[in-house]
Design a protein around this ligand. Structure first.
Ligand SMILES: [Mn+2]
Length: 337
């Protein structure tokens, strides 16, 4: 996309004409969300503007060293003229209430993003929101220094799982290469984002792996609050176990059910190229990409599994002829059988 695109030039005009910016992303932030907020925040700060960066759940441990991370707040603390929401496919309930309620600018790469802001820059072909930002910083007169380059590359590497996802394109690599030229160290980013994992996180995986199940080309497991307590895992996510599940051979769709407080279950789907799980996620109030989606659903672990598993299995049946007999543990999820 070029400056001839009205949204690109509108955003430039807004950045030029205003002084106080709020930059915000979703709860349970991933590397792309954190990096996007930090990169755009630091970029606008360098224009001598006022910026507050807000991530309601704070910054996950592995991203705390990123440039600008200490300036991120959990709440909106002062007035602003323009709100910019990043990497957020929908206006989640847990976000702080914006004033006015709809954001001014919405920049995202989730295909399920409905364009809820005044100005919407949605590029579903981009591997990460950070990639969209990196591509358009020059259009907007924002500088990319070495610090911002590290942050942008972190977003791209984490969201593409190290250039492995199907939305990794030659442009993703081109932009990443440019960021390396500016000063981002790919090896360091890769180590920090994708290879290092904590001992509690690895123990937490163990509980999920113990419960691993499969039926034909569908694989799933669950993680509970008790698992997190036993392993001292500090987050309330799946510690990226879903990526291990989706690497299991002869698997088309993988799902993890993560028990949350207040009786909700966070469900994550991953699918092989050619299968779209985002529609299922949207059906349950979530969203995402064709190959990676999620939703938070009210109900007990057993109940949610008994509804979501057959629903997902039905989708799978449309794509692959069922050849093998079910291998599901008898009696655990009878509704699937
Ligand atoms: Mn993203």
């Amino acid at each position: 996309m070029f400056m001839s695109d009205p949204t690109i030039s509108d955003i430039k005009q807004i950045l030029t004409d205003n002084q106080r910016f709020l930059i915000i992303s979703h709860k349970g932030p991933d590397g792309d969300a954190v990096s996007s907020v930090l990169s755009l925040g630091l970029g606008i700060l360098s224009l001598d503007k006022e910026v507050q960066m807000v991530i309601p759940d704070g910054i996950p441990h592995e991203f705390r060293d990123l440039p600008g991370a200490t300036q991120v707040q959990r709440c909106i603390s002062k007035p602003y003229d323009i709100s910019i929401i990043l990497d957020c496919s929908d206006l989640e309930r847990s976000l702080p209430v914006l004033d006015p309620q709809l954001p001014d600018i919405n920049i995202d790469h989730h295909i399920s993003n409905v364009g809820f802001a005044r100005f919407n820059l949605i590029e579903p072909e981009a591997g990460a929101t950070a990639q969209i930002l990196a591509a358009h910083f020059p259009d907007w007169g924002l500088p990319i220094d070495a610090q911002i380059a590290v942050s942008l590359l972190t977003g791209i590497v984490s969201d593409t799982l190290g250039f492995r996802t199907s939305n990794t394109t030659s442009q993703t690599l081109q932009i990443s290469s440019d960021l390396m030229t500016i000063g981002a160290n790919l090896n360091e980013v890769y180590q920090k984002v994708l290879l290092q994992r904590s001992f509690p996180g690895t123990q937490y995986w163990g509980f999920g792996l113990n419960r691993l199940q499969r039926k034909d080309r569908l694989v799933w497991t669950s993680l509970t609050i008790e698992d997190r307590e036993k392993s001292n895992y500090p987050g309330n996510d799946d510690a990226d176990l879903i990526n291990i599940l989706s690497s299991i051979e002869d698997t088309d769709i993988s799902i993890i059910f993560v028990e949350q407080k207040k009786g909700t279950i966070k469900v994550s789907w991953r699918a092989q190229a050619g299968i779209d799980v985002s529609a299922i996620a949207v059906k349950y109030g979530g969203g995402g990409h064709p190959s990676a989606s999620g939703a938070e659903i009210k109900g007990s672990l057993d109940l949610i599994q008994s509804i979501v598993l057959p629903d997902t299995y039905a989708l799978l049946s449309l794509h692959s002829p069922i050849q093998t007999a079910p291998e599901t543990k008898a009696g655990v999820y009878p509704i699937l059988g």
